[in-house]
Design a protein around this ligand. Structure first.
Ligand SMILES: Nc1ncnc2c1ncn2[C@@H]1O[C@H](COP(=O)(O)OP(=O)(O)OP(=O)(O)O)[C@@H](O)[C@H]1O
Ligand SMILES: [Mg+2]
Length: 356
């Protein structure tokens, strides 16, 4: 059974002539034990979708069900209040109460619900232990690191035992190193507790690392969804391909198409590529940076370009090749070693040279 089902959701901000369509028919689901990442550029509607599920925004049309309970039904004009939806919420600005201890921050919601104090103590201790915060219960937020504060915010959402948690950029306040650790921790926690989670992020690497499935939102609609691997390796659209990885875009002319095989002309060099997606419109040719192979000698399906510069990235170099004359063309590629100045053959494997 789905823990969360959203069907054809429409939401506008403003009314009448000033209405701004933000969600334009979003459908998605979340199964038990599944972590789904909601990914998309700034302004694509990620937070809005999360807030609509939580009951903090009123959609115009569509349905939302949590487990087998309908919580929103546009056709019936039915909307369940946020506090009855039994969801765990973790927002980007996790705002802990500064004058309450960690224990009291987490216990607060249970006290509001008039739970008995010994039951509260058990529940809070349990969730703090689960998050590795047991020894910090008596501290105040200012006595915690950023990562620990983040975990308190998550504890506060989990203490009600919600079957579904919604997280809006929960790791964005952490620095890069802590963020990578928190990512692994959060994923492990969600799986261990058998929760279902919908997590917003605009970082594609984070989305791939943490989720079982990615929903990519583009301007209020789901552009594509699937496993991290399928989104990365077999994108259906140029938008998905460009969003999921680091790419080179090439000024290619399509010379001939034969099913998925496409003959291209790139600045006078004939190359073979692969058609992806539905086609139509002006063709665009791209290749992931990591798929470009650098060779000092002539190789198949390659273009020859001089090296402009190499940047050291720690585990490798990122090198930029750029045409000196003729049509403007540049390509980025990774190299294990720093390259000498000169001309190189950049091999673009046909199955990785995508034409949309
Ligand atoms: N309360 C509001 N009133 C009017 N417009 C709003 C409101 N909240 C958001 N919007 C608009 O709705 C659109 C979607 O916003 P949303 O916050 O869902 O984007 P997002 O995908 O979460 O972006 P980000 O990655 O920047 O957080 C934006 O164009 C935004 O300006
Ligand atoms: Mg947002």
């Amino acid at each position: 059974m789905n823990e969360l089902t959203v069907n054809d959701l429409h939401l506008d901000y403003g009314t009448g002539a000033h209405a701004n369509q933000i969600l334009k028919g979003v459908s998605m689901h979340l199964q038990k034990g599944e972590v789904v990442a909601l990914l998309g550029p700034s302004g694509s509607g990620k937070t809005t979708l999360l807030r609509a599920v939580a009951g903090l925004e009123s959609p115009k049309q569509g349905t939302i069900a949590i487990g087998d309970r309908n919580v929103f039904d546009g056709a019936k004009n039915f909307e369940m209040a946020a506090e009855h939806r039994n969801l765990g919420l973790v927002f980007q600005s996790y705002a802990l109460w500064p004058h309450k201890t960690v224990f009291d921050n987490v216990a607060y919601g249970l006290k509001l619900r008039k739970m008995g104090s010994s039951e509260i103590k058990d529940k809070v201790s349990d969730v703090l232990k689960n998050l590795g915060l047991g020894h910090l219960a008596e501290r105040f937020p200012h006595q915690l690191s950023g990562g620990q504060q983040q975990r308190v915010a998550i504890a506060r959402a989990l203490v009600y035992n919600p079957p579904v948690i919604l997280l809006d950029e929960p790791l964005s306040n952490l620095d890069a190193k802590l963020r990578e650790e928190a990512r692994a921790f959060l994923r492990e926690l969600i799986v261990r507790l058998g929760l279902s989670a919908l997590m917003v992020t605009h970082d594609q690497a984070e989305a791939m690392a943490i989720s079982d499935r990615i929903l990519l939102l583009n301007n209020g609609k789901i552009e594509q969804q699937g496993s991290p691997q399928s989104m990365y390796e077999t994108p259906d659209t140029l938008f998905t391909a460009e969003f999921m990885g680091s790419n080179n875009r090439l000024p290619a002319k399509v010379v001939q198409r034969d099913g998925a095989r496409v003959m291209l002309d790139i600045g006078g060099t004939p190359l073979q590529g692969t058609a992806r997606g539905a086609g139509g419109g002006e063709p665009s040719t791209i290749i992931r940076v990591e798929e470009v192979k650098v060779s000092a000698t002539p190789v198949e399906n390659a273009i020859e370009l001089p090296l402009l510069t190499c940047m050291y990235l720690g585990d490798r170099f990122e090198c930029l090749f750029k045409s000196e004359s003729g049509p403007e063309m540049s390509l980025r590629a990774y190299s294990k070693y720093k390259l000498e100045a000169g001309k190189y053959w950049l091999q673009l494997p046909a199955d990785k040279l995508w034409v949309f």
